[in-house]
Design a protein around this ligand. Structure first.
Ligand SMILES: [Zn+2]
Length: 208
């Protein structure tokens, strides 16, 4: 197999996860930035799985509870996220409806599925699959914080509409669950040690 499947520890080295400096195995602290060195993040798989499961559970109240309440001249209406997207679509606000659907449904479900997919299996994979998994992880990591767009949309709506006086908008409980879900998903991605992806290649090509 190609030498790209070789790990630093095969050469008696470990990398600092902060500044990437290579140090001999068994060194406690990075000689450049003094970070405590670990060959792999401790319990990375378990912590990622626990945080991903928590975030998935938070998805339920985030989507089932109302995200905002609108009051017009004594008439009060509550909207869930998806209900709000449908209302926006009915009113012809297509770009905002698509943006909110993307930020509140597509991105969180995509990111959580990607993390589950990456931690669930420790079966051996080939190098091409490892490259694909690595790209998937980077995409999930990069796109995750954009879900916070939802929280900002509600915050801006509440602020803007309050000024007009006739119509009043109040944030609903779902916004708290939603923000907690986004943050927990970000923590889950941070808990994941990306090098676990490449360790699975070694399991298959151990004789290289
Ligand atoms: Zn360092």
């Amino acid at each position: 197999m190609t030498s790209s499947a070789k790990k630093a520890w095969d050469a008696g080295l470990q990398s600092c996860h902060v500044c990437q400096r290579l140090e001999p195995l068994g060194t406690d602290h990075c000689s450049r930035c003094t970070t405590v060195l670990k060959v792999r993040k401790p319990y990375s798989r378990q912590r990622t799985l626990a945080l991903t499961s928590t975030a998935s559970l938070l998805m339920l109240p985030a989507h089932l509870l109302p995200i905002m309440r609108t009051e017009t001249l004594g008439d009060s209406q509550e909207n869930t996220i998806v209900g709000g997207v449908l209302t926006l679509w009915d009113h012809g606000s297509y770009p905002i409806a698509v943006l909110i659907f993307f930020a509140s449904v597509t991105v969180p479900i995509g990111k959580l599925s990607a993390l589950f997919w990456l931690v669930w299996s420790d079966k051996a994979i080939d190098l091409d699959t490892a490259h694909r998994n690595s790209r998937l992880f980077h995409l999930a990591h990069w796109v995750g914080p954009w879900s916070m767009v939802d929280v900002f949309v509600v915050a801006i709506l509440v602020g803007l509409v309050q000024l007009s006086g006739v119509l009043q908008i109040y944030p609903g409980l779902a916004i708290v669950s939603f923000a907690a879900m986004v943050v927990t998903t970000m923590l889950a991605a941070n808990a994941f040690d990306e090098r676990l992806i490449w360790d699975r290649v070694k399991a298959q090509d151990g004789q290289s």
